[in-house]
Design a protein around this ligand. Sequence first.
Ligand SMILES: CC(C)(COP(=O)(O)OP(=O)(O)OC[C@H]1O[C@@H](n2cnc3c(N)ncnc32)[C@H](O)[C@@H]1OP(=O)(O)O)[C@@H](O)C(=O)NCCC(=O)NCCS
Length: 178
Amino acid sequence: MTNPPKILKTERLRLRKAKLSDAEAIFRQYANDPEVTKYVSWRAHRNLEETREYMRMCALAWDIGKAFHWVIETQDSKQVIGMMIARVNAEKWELGFVLARAFWGRGYMTEAVNALIAWALKQKEIYRVWAVCDIDNKASARVMEKVGMQREGTLHRWSLHPNLSPEPRDSYCYAITK
Ligand SMILES: CC(C)(COP(=O)(O)OP(=O)(O)OC[C@H]1O[C@@H](n2cnc3c(N)ncnc32)[C@H](O)[C@@H]1OP(=O)(O)O)[C@@H](O)C(=O)NCCC(=O)NCCS
């Protein structure tokens, strides 16, 4: 099983293994923001307890090696501003990412995704890093293009984005391989 880094530093950011006590910051920063959660696969959190429950699931998933969740902090303020997720399926890692709205448009997620891909593709057992995004999620698609992922196609009716529609939506599939 791949042993993921508990901390991954970039020029301006620090990705750190998520912990239960991050729930307050995540709830305050973005978990119930309708703009941030528009295209995500989970329902916007209605209260802090829902974020805590999510953090418990993250801890469990890390322990069993199913998925790794890092909070994204700025190096200077150590403030939690987002999250990076890697879901593991043997030699394929699927990424997910989210950032509080106040920090959009500064290249932060491009920096974070770049760092994670660089780390992942250095691991002997990881050959493919991929992600999907709603076909209308322009910012997410752009991040993936900027980090060198290739758009492999459209996955019809692929993912449920419950804050947007009760029906599964079309998604673009992006990947980078070695
Ligand atoms: C997707 C997300 C993580 C991007 O984070 P970010 O730090 O703002 O991303 P960056 O600043 O690194 O890059 C964003 C790019 O998208 C572009 N962009 C943003 N909104 C856009 C829009 N509506 N149309 C076209 N391009 C857009 C930006 O201009 C920038 O590209 P550029 O550098 O070529 O100008 C952030 O918007 C977010 O958290 N969204 C909500 C959660 C989400 O959708 N996550 C992804 C689920 S698949």
